[in-house]
Design a protein. Structure first.
Length: 489
C-alpha cells in the first residue's frame, strides 16, 4: 500500500469522532488542558470543527468518572422528561463506573451502601418518568364535628352517639396541582448528595458530565435544561462539559426577576474551536498541522505536503473547507481519489470538488437548522444572486445597524454561517469609500460557484491587504440591502 493510500484510508476510517473511536484531537492551542480543569465548560464549534473529538479526548476513568451523553439521542423527548432521561443515564453510568472502579471483592462498606442508594434513585427516576407533566387531582377529606346535646345521627351519615353529643360528618374537596418540572426542582439536593457521596465512596474522584450535541435540544428549553444540571453541580464534585454550536444555543435567559441557565464567564467558561476566515493565515497553519498529524498517525512516513499540492491548491482547499477540519479532510480524500495518478492537486480541481460536494451541505438546511428550511434556502439564493450573479464577486458587506434592526435576517445569516454555506471574514469593518457606518464582511462558500472559472469575476481573498495593511478590496465589496429580504419572510 502506498503512502497516499495509507493516509486516505486512515482519514476515511477516523473522519467521524465518537466517544470510542475517531481521529485524535489536534490541539495546537492546548484546549484539552483547559477542558480538564475543574470548571464548567462549553465547547463551541460548527459541525465538523472537532467538538466530539475534544470532549472524547479527556476520557480517563482512572482519574475521574467520565459520563458521556449525546443529546441527539434524546432530541425527540419532551421537556422536562428529557431531564429525567439524562439523570437516568447519569446514574446508570455512575453505577457502571463504580463497579469497574471497585469490583465486589474490593467493595468497602461505604461503597456498598452507596451502590444500593444509587439503585433506589434509579427506581425513583423510572417512576417519575411514568407520571404526566401536569396533573390536577381532587382530594376529598371527611371530618367529624361535634354538636351540643344528646341524640343520634342517621340517614346518609353514620349513626353515632358520644356522651350526649352529636357527631356530624362533613366532606371537603381540595384541588391539588402536580407539575413535574416543579417536583424535579425539589430533587436537586438529592442529586447534589449523590455526586458528593460518589466522590466520598470512590477516594475523592470527581465527575465530568459530557453533554455533547447540546444544540439538538429545543431552543426554548435549552437554558432551563442546563440550569437544572448547573444547580446540581454547585458545591459538588460534578463538572459540566457542554459541546454545541454557538448560534444555535441559548445557555442563559432572564425571566421576570430571575436568571436561568449558565452565564458565560461566570457560571461556565467557553472554548471556541472555530477557525474562521477572518484569520486566514492561522487557519492555513492549523490545517497544515492537521494534515501532517494525519500523515504521522497513518504511518505514511516520508510523505510531504508539497508533494501532494500544486500552486495555491492547498490555500484553496483551506478556503473551500471554510475552516472546518472535517470538511477539509473530506474534500482532501475526494480530491486524492479523483485526481489522475501521479499528478498533484491543483486549484481548479479543488473548486470543482467543492462545487460537486455542495449538495451535502445544502441537506443540512432541512436536517440541522432550527429556522424554516424553505426560508433559509430563499435567503441563500437571494444572497448568491446579489453577490455572485449581479456583482460578480464572492464577498459582501452587511450594515451592523441593519443586522440589529432586522433580527430575523441576522439569525438566518448566523444559521447559514453555522451550516458552512456563508463565511464571516471580518466582524467589524468600514466600507470604501467610508460612509461612517460599521459593517460585517461575509464570503459565499466556494461550493456555491456555478463553475470553477467564473468570467468577469472579482475574487477577494480573505485577509488580503496592500503593503500598508489596508483591506480596500474587501471594503469595496457590494453592500447587501436587507429590504430585499423582507418580502421573503
Amino acid at each position: 500500500m502506498s503512502n497516499i493510500e495509507k493516509l486516505t484510508l486512515y482519514i476515511e476510517e477516523n473522519l467521524r469522532a465518537t466517544v470510542n473511536s475517531g481521529m485524535d484531537f489536534v490541539d495546537p492551542k492546548n484546549f484539552k488542558k483547559k477542558l480538564l480543569s475543574k470548571q464548567n465548560h462549553v465547547v463551541f464549534g460548527r459541525r465538523g470543527a472537532g467538538k466530539s473529538s475534544l470532549v472524547s479526548s479527556i476520557n480517563d476513568q482512572k482519574k475521574y468518572a467520565f459520563i458521556y451523553i449525546n443529546l441527539e439521542d434524546y432530541k425527540d423527548i419532551s421537556f422536562p422528561n428529557i431531564i429525567l432521561y439524562v439523570l437516568k443515564t447519569l446514574i446508570e453510568q455512575l453505577i457502571k463506573v463504580s463497579r469497574e472502579e471497585r469490583p465486589l471483592y474490593k467493595c468497602n462498606f461505604k461503597a456498598s451502601i452507596f451502590r444500593r442508594h444509587l439503585n433506589q434513585v434509579l427506581k425513583d427516576i423510572n417512576l417519575e418518568i411514568q407520571k404526566p407533566d401536569f396533573q390536577e387531582t381532587d382530594l376529598k377529606e371527611r371530618n367529624l364535628s361535634e354538636n351540643g346535646g344528646a341524640g343520634e345521627i342517621s340517614g346518609k351519615h353514620a349513626s353515632a352517639s358520644l356522651t350526649g353529643k352529636k357527631l356530624r360528618e362533613k366532606e371537603t374537596s381540595t384541588s391539588v396541582s402536580y407539575y413535574k418540572i416543579e417536583n424535579l426542582k425539589l430533587t436537586i439536593n438529592k442529586y447534589q448528595k449523590v455526586c458528593n457521596d460518589y466522590s466520598k465512596a470512590n477516594d475523592g474522584q470527581f465527575i465530568f458530565l459530557i453533554l455533547d450535541d447540546f444544540y439538538f435540544l429545543k431552543r426554548n428549553t435549552q437554558a432551563y435544561f442546563v440550569d437544572f444540571f448547573h444547580r446540581i453541580s454547585k458545591g459538588t464534585s460534578l463538572y459540566l462539559k457542554v459541546a454545541t454550536i454557538k448560534h444555535r444555543s441559548t445557555l442563559y435567559v432572564q425571566e421576570d426577576d430571575s436568571y436561568i441557565g449558565t452565564e458565560l464567564g461566570h457560571d461556565i467558561y467557553d472554548i471556541d474551536l472555530d477557525y474562521t476566515l477572518d484569520k486566514f493565515d492561522d487557519l492555513q497553519v492549523f490545517m497544515k498541522f492537521l494534515l501532517e498529524h494525519s500523515i504521522e498517525k497513518s504511518g505514511a512516513l516520508g510523505l510531504k505536503i508539497n508533494e501532494i499540492f500544486a500552486g495555491d491548491s492547498f490555500k484553496q482547499l483551506c478556503l473551500a473547507s471554510g475552516g472546518v477540519p472535517r470538511d477539509f479532510l473530506s474534500l482532501f480524500v475526494k480530491l486524492i481519489q479523483s485526481k489522475p495518478e501521479g499528478e498533484k492537486i491543483n486549484k481548479i480541481q479543488v473548486t470543482d470538488e467543492a462545487i460537486s460536494s455542495i449538495r451535502k451541505k445544502m441537506e443540512g438546511i432541512g436536517k440541522d437548522s432550527e429556522e424554516d428550511a424553505n426560508l433559509l434556502e430563499k435567503y441563500l439564493q437571494e444572497i448568491k444572486t446579489f453577490v455572485y450573479h449581479d456583482n460578480r464577486t464572492n464577498v459582501f458587506l452587511v450594515s451592523k445597524e441593519d443586522l440589529e434592526n432586522i433580527r430575523e435576517f441576522r439569525q438566518a445569516l448566523k444559521e447559514l454561517v453555522d451550516l458552512r454555506l456563508i463565511h464571516i471574514i471580518h466582524i467589524n469593518t468600514s466600507c470604501a469609500p467610508s460612509d461612517g457606518k460599521r459593517y460585517e464582511a461575509y464570503m459565499i462558500d466556494v461550493g456555491l460557484y456555478d463553475n470553477s472559472r467564473p468570467m468577469n469575476f472579482t475574487y477577494v481573498e480573505p485577509g488580503a491587504a496592500d503593503d500598508k495593511g489596508r483591506k480596500d478590496r474587501m471594503r469595496a465589496s457590494p453592500k447587501l440591502k436587507l429590504d430585499r429580504f423582507l418580502k421573503l419572510s
